[in-house]
Write a protein that binds this ligand. Structure first.
Ligand code: ZN
Length: 366
């Protein structure tokens, strides 16, 4: 009983401080814009952009800069919160399988090219740490603030408050989501990530909606004829989920790896949004560029912080440990020589190591 009382009192104290912190201005959110370019081409536009070319509207710098904040150096623990109606949807098998096999993969290791100020790299480990089902606790039209309320509801329901966690609010296709600035899921973005202080911890969380709500905006047109796992919504979400995890790991509190542009901030994966590099035909004839566990996926590329940086689907280099090599690498001035361990597959290095012709990808409105 005594222990129980102590726990109760300390929780009450924590709640008070958490509420005080929540009254502060929330940090900016980093959004993943919809894909105008691919659909322009598909609809017969005379645009010279190729399919899945970066979206117009912003301009990323030629490198991603470091701003002194933390990166996620412990194994990243992913929590999936299934919001709305997901019963019978194979997404609940496909997405967990992807998270379980992402850690240590060539795709995830791209993010290990980013370090904190002490030279410690983003962790190569990713774990599926928990899942929670929420049947519309905040209704079917979620405000920006309601997304964090969904996370809090999951805490009440048993998910741990984990500083190494990344909490995904995954909404079913009948759920809308609107941010405080009036921008919307499907209208302006396909997902976003941010953080909020809760019980004195910086809680990292992300919103990703089911692209089946608006496939022309949030699912690559390459999956129109079929997707690697036979569920276009889930396969579309897979790409957005990894994009947001790339950014959360390297810029969890929006104060580490990013570049400011006139249109907002540009994080690592934003440099490569809606680009997929080399692909191969998956077993069912659909298009894939990543193999995780026993499944193929089509996952947008990510920015490797190597040399002057470039978009790629994979990375197989390891932390060198030599002074002036990885440990000294801060985006610009990374003079580390030729990548030795790149895995090519059908994603040729001569393509991947060439800088993107333009890095104008970001249409960030926040
Ligand atoms: Zn992004």
């Amino acid at each position: 009983m005594r222990q129980f009382l102590l726990v109760t009192l300390s929780l009450a104290a924590c709640s008070t401080s958490a509420e005080r912190e929540e009254a502060q201005e929330p940090p900016p959110i980093a959004v993943y814009p919809i894909q105008p370019a691919a659909r322009l081409e598909q609809s017969g536009s005379t645009s010279s952009r190729r399919a899945d070319a970066p979206a117009s509207g912003g301009s990323c710098a030629t490198s991603i800069g470091y701003h002194g904040g933390p990166v996620m150096t412990n194994a990243i623990k992913v929590y999936l919160i299934w919001y709305g109606s997901w019963a019978g949807n194979s997404a609940q098998t496909i997405i967990p399988d992807m998270i379980r096999t992402l850690g240590g993969s060539p795709r995830w290791k791209i993010d290990t090219t980013f370090t904190n100020g002490g030279g410690t790299a983003v962790n190569a480990g990713v774990q599926l740490a928990g899942q929670f089902n929420d049947a519309y606790s905040q209704g079917s039209a979620l405000s920006q603030g309601a997304v964090f309320q969904v996370v809090r509801h999951a805490f009440s329901g048993g998910l741990p408050v984990d500083p190494s966690g990344v909490y995904y609010v995954l909404t079913s296709a009948d759920v809308s989501q609107t941010n405080s600035d009036g921008t919307t899921f499907c209208g302006n973005y396909c997902g976003w990530h941010t953080w909020q202080s809760y019980l004195l911890f910086p809680i990292k969380f992300s919103f990703v909606g089911n692209g089946d709500r608006c496939p022309s905006s949030c699912i690559s047109s390459r999956l129109d004829a079929g997707s690697p796992n036979g569920n276009r919504g889930a396969d579309g979400m897979a790409s957005v989920i990894v994009h947001e995890l790339d950014e959360t790991a390297t810029d969890p509190q929006i104060n580490a790896w990013y570049t400011s542009t006139p249109n907002g901030i540009c994080e690592n994966a934003d440099n490569c949004a809606w680009t997929f590099g080399g692909t191969w035909p998956s077993a069912n004839g659909s298009t894939a560029n990543a193999h995780l566990g026993g499944r193929d996926f089509l996952i947008q590329r990510d920015w490797a912080n190597y040399g002057t940086g470039y978009c790629t689907t994979s990375w197989a280099g390891t932390y060198d440990g030599t002074a002036g090599q990885w440990s000294g690498c801060r985006g610009t001035g990374c003079n580390v020589g030729t990548p030795a361990g790149l895995v090519g597959g059908s994603d040729p290095m001569k393509t991947e190591s060439r800088p993107m012709p333009t890095k104008s990808v970001v249409d960030l409105r926040t």
